[in-house]
Design a protein around this ligand. Sequence first.
Ligand SMILES: Nc1ncnc2c1ncn2[C@@H]1O[C@H](COP(=O)(O)OP(=O)(O)O)[C@@H](O)[C@H]1O
Ligand SMILES: [Mg+2]
Length: 150
Amino acid sequence: MIVVSSEQAMKEFGQTIGASLRGGEVIELVGDVGAGKTTLVKGMAVGLMIDEDIQSPTYTINRLYTARDGITLAHYDFYRLGTAGIMADELNEVVKDSRTVTVIEWAGVVDTILPADTLRVTITATAEDERLVELTAGGDVSRRLHEAIS
Ligand SMILES: Nc1ncnc2c1ncn2[C@@H]1O[C@H](COP(=O)(O)OP(=O)(O)O)[C@@H](O)[C@H]1O
Ligand SMILES: [Mg+2]
């Protein structure tokens, strides 16, 4: 459990994660609306040296960003979707790409598609500006990442 005491600190934690990414990682972000999932992704983008602003993909489902070292960041948000629909096939390919980092908000509807080896990041609001972050690694790739950022 990590205590993150401000929006800025969440961005910095995201930056630490982003700087440790090699490509091929799959990250699930779990938490209510306003937990700080997108804030964390904005920080990851800094660590991945992405120039563009990260936009919440809520109404478009996914966005792709070009990152450092030939890495692509694929950012998905399945908020309010009952099923992944036509996104399922695409996601199934994307998570296998060793040059792509896949980050998913509201991953519940794609649970059956995702590999076991994901880093699950669960964010819980404990006060207006304070969040608890819990990390769970499901395999070797996500364990390496977990160790690199701990
Ligand atoms: N410690 C914190 N970490 C992340 N966000 C925080 C924190 N404290 C306050 N906030 C606020 O919570 C909101 C998080 O929004 P966002 O990242 O879009 O959440 P989500 O994507 O989980 O819905 C922002 O308005 C941010 O300013
Ligand atoms: Mg969001």
